[in-house]
Design a protein around this ligand. Structure first.
Ligand code: ASP
Length: 338
């Protein structure tokens, strides 16, 4: 019988509405999940830990480190880990875990639900069963099990706040598809040797979605006020304004202070080509780093982890080198440009 560790962090799956309110709040975990869903016992021998009980809107980088440390410490004793998590920031947590865990030789499966487990009509039961099942497979990745798919965590984004198929990896095929049978994608990573855990992460990152009218002084002020890294969600293939309200001086200023500026695209499909337009070209000349076709979630978490580990005085060089290549399949290597 496979052994599974199920770590609870909160989210809708275990929430319920108060007696006289429709506001969903973290439940007290008074109800036994395995008693509610005894079929899970057929999938594996499940040990349960309640690490946090948060709406995932309240999850912070230090929670990622705590969660990663627990997984790293317990991994050896289990065939796989399931993390029950709120959907709102699940893609951030999945990305952060991918970058924080030093190698992985078995699956870490995040799951949650759009509707609570204790409601009659819910996606929680299927997602939990699928997640536990995936945790027993030879797919050594951090991913999200949702709506009959297992998606690479550092490629995922929450695209739907209403439908039950909430997550997508627009630029990466599912790692596993669960239909009548089960299909594991050929791109799933091979097992990687597990190293020592490094808890360092620097959360002083600012992510800004570029829009017409964005005042560049706000980004310069952010640099002055101690931001250590910036993710710019630029237009299309990485374009930024260079005429009125040009962002180039802000990029020059950040770069001069060893504050990396990573550019990703606002478009869920397609990646950054900093040499295609005058705006992206000027950003590159000013020192901006291409985030390729990474999601914002992956770029922000990768940047936080890299900033935590960058050698003193060599931050830019260290971050730029690590954004040139995928560490865990978080970006494509075969973009049709660059
Ligand atoms: N607000 C919830 C959370 O992210 C939403 C969910 O779990 O679906 O914790």
């Amino acid at each position: 019988m496979p052994k599974i560790l199920m770590i609870h962090t909160g989210g809708t799956l275990m929430m319920r509405a108060g007696a006289d309110s429709r506001v969903l709040e973290p439940d007290v975990y008074a109800r036994d999940l395995l008693a509610e869903l005894p079929v899970l016992r057929n999938v594996g021998a499940i040990d349960t830990r309640i690490l946090f009980n948060l709406d995932s809107g309240d999850v912070q980088p230090h929670h990622w480190v705590e969660l990663a440390a627990l997984i790293h410490q317990e991994l050896d004793a289990y065939d796989g880990v399931v993390v029950v998590h709120g959907t709102d920031t699940m893609a951030y947590t999945a990305s952060a875990l991918a970058f924080l865990l030093p190698g992985l030789d078995r699956p870490v499966v995040l799951t949650g639900a759009q509707r609570p487990l204790f409601e009659v009509r819910t996606d929680a039961r299927t997602n939990l069963v699928d997640a536990c099942h995936i945790a027993t497979l030879a797919v050594p990745e951090v991913g999200i099990a949702f709506a009959s798919k297992f998606l690479r965590g550092c490629r995922a984004t929450k695209l739907d706040a209403w439908g039950l198929d909430a997550f997508a990896t627009p630029l990466c095929q599912p790692l596993v598809e669960l239909g009548l049978g089960l299909m594991i994608g050929p791109h799933a990573l091979p097992p990687r040797t597990v190293g020592a855990f490094d808890p360092r992460i620097d959360p002083h990152v600012l992510s800004v979605r570029v829009f017409p009218g964005l005042n560049p002084a706000l980004i310069e002020h952010a640099v002055d006020s101690g931001v250590h890294g910036i993710v710019l969600e630029a237009y299309g293939v990485g374009n930024v304004p260079v005429q009125e309200s040009s962002l180039v001086p802000a990029i020059v200023k950040a770069t001069a202070q060893q504050v990396p500026v990573v550019i990703v695209s606002q478009c869920p499909r397609g990646g950054v080509d900093l040499r295609r337009y005058a705006g992206s070209n000027a950003a590159a000349d000013a020192g901006a780093i291409s985030g390729g076709d990474m999601t914002t979630e992956a770029a922000v978490t990768k940047l936080m982890v890299l900033l935590g580990r960058a050698p003193q005085g060599r931050t830019l060089e260290y971050v730029a080198a690590a954004f040139k290549r995928p560490l865990l399949g978080e970006m494509s290597t075969n973009l049709p440009y660059e």
